[in-house]
Design a protein around this ligand. Structure first.
Ligand code: NZQ
Ligand code: ZN
Length: 386
């Protein structure tokens, strides 16, 4: 039975070519803006100049936090928050991928918090306020542009944790698919794996008859499967980029999870890989997802996996759910491979050295997932994925 839920998606989305002109609306939120961006892709593409010019025309004074790392670091959050406090910043504008938006979100929250920003990562309820957050998305992947989450790392301690707050839902996000034309094949594939993983984490739930959510999931998965190969083949195919971009937002904005009582488990496992080895999030997910599926498949779950095979991969419904389920898992594995994604931990330089501690930390979040996982189960999945 569908569980009770609240659905609130307050982020105003401007989707499509040329929507950047709406940056002028930031003037309604104050005078000083902190522009947050990454390692330089927006300078290369010309977006940086365009943003500065629009903000200038709108009469805004711009301060900058550049150099946000993929897997954004708490040190960068602290620097941005310091600037906000010292300069009396009114709002934060992220221009980039998920890492940049996540970093901007926690900067915006830490700017309104007396203590250390890391507290807000470990203890989300401490986020009581945040400066208004805006984003211009340049990579279809995390869904951070329309969700309350942020994932921040303290790599010195091998820690990477997600935090979440209604206060960190962006006020407005600009989604122009042409900004993703320059995303590399590797990041396009990793982004697709991330979007698909978000959908799968929501799809594999024990709640029965949440059919609206399940059919949304299947439609979004089919969209990713259709368009990711097109985007790889033709990076400037507008429809491919647009469909991936909107799938990214839809996958994690609450539409799929509300009422389905989902508890993610592949993400906690992947976050441990990134915490210890600083790998690309989507690549870690592409490796772990099929092995998690192998592990989760049983007489009890075969029906759900078979449904996934029929409705998403177009498999013929055979008499034996277990057989259909196995074929569906193989389709998943083959698809990720076809996008050029890694399929084993070895390929991204991970061996068994830290399996014990990573499994222990990940398992803490997996007790209520579709198939509950303990430390030994996570170890088994890591070992299979070696
Ligand atoms: O730093 P720059 O120079 O901008 O380059 C980035 C970066 O090197 C580049 N890039 C971005 N847009 C580009 C581009 N290159 C060329 N053209 C463009 N248009 O791509 C590289 C990766 O960027 P990043 O932002 O790190 O990727 P992604 O969007 O996949 O974000 C990953 C981070 O988000 C977290 C992950 O754990 C990871 O830390 N997640 C956030 C979530 C959320 N907020 O809800 C949920 C996810 O499950 C995920 O955990
Ligand atoms: Zn993810």
């Amino acid at each position: 039975m569908m569980t009770n839920f609240t659905c609130s998606i307050p982020t105003r989305i401007y989707f499509g070519k040329g929507q950047i002109s709406h940056l002028s609306e930031l003037a309604g939120y104050g005078r000083k803006v902190l522009l947050v961006y990454g390692g330089g892709s927006i300078k290369k593409s010309g977006l940086y100049d365009q943003v500065l010019s629009l903000l200038g025309e709108a009469g805004l004074t711009v301060f900058e936090q550049a150099g946000v790392e993929p897997n954004p670091r708490i040190e960068t959050v602290r620097l941005g928050a310091q600037t906000c406090k010292a300069e009396g910043i009114d709002m934060v504008l992220a221009v980039g991928g998920g890492s940049v938006i996540d970093c901007a979100k926690v900067i915006a929250a830490a700017a309104c918090y007396e203590g250390d920003a890391w507290d807000l990562v470990l203890q989300p309820p401490k986020i009581q306020r945040a400066l208004p957050i805006f984003s211009v998305l340049t990579l279809a992947a995390t869904g951070s542009e329309m969700d309350p989450h942020a994932v921040i790392s303290d790599l010195g301690k091998n820690e990477k944790w997600g935090t979440s707050s209604e206060h960190m839902k962006p006020t407005m996000s600009i989604l122009d698919p042409t900004y993703t034309f320059s995303v590399s094949k590797r990041q396009t594939a990793a982004g697709t794996a991330d979007i698909m993983s978000h959908i799968l984490e929501n799809y594999f739930t024990n709640v029965e008859n949440a059919d609206v959510q399940a059919r949304f999931c299947e439609g979004l998965l089919k969209t990713c499967i259709q368009y990711a190969p097109v985007a790889l083949e033709k990076p400037e195919d507008y429809d491919a980029r647009a469909n991936l971009m909107w799938s990214s937002s839809m996958a994690i904005n609450g539409l799929l999870s509300g009422g389905a009582a989902v508890a993610w488990c592949v993400h906690p496992m992947e976050h441990e890989l990134s915490a210890f080895y600083d790998i690309t999030h989507g690549e870690g997910l592409a490796i772990l997802t099929p092995f998690w599926m192998d592990f989760a498949l049983s007489e009890k779950t075969a029906g759900k996996f078979a449904q996934y095979g029929v409705n998403v991969w177009g498999l013929e419904k055979g008499a034996d759910d277990m057989d259909t389920a196995r074929r569906a898992i193989q389709c998943t594995r083959d698809f990720f491979r076809s996008l050029g994604l890694p399929a084993t931990l070895r390929e991204v330089g991970i061996d068994e050295t830290h399996f014990e501690i990573m499994a222990e930390k990940a398992a803490a979040a997996c007790a209520n997932s579709f198939v509950p996982l303990g430390k030994e189960d996570v170890m088994a999945i890591f070992n299979a994925a070696r």
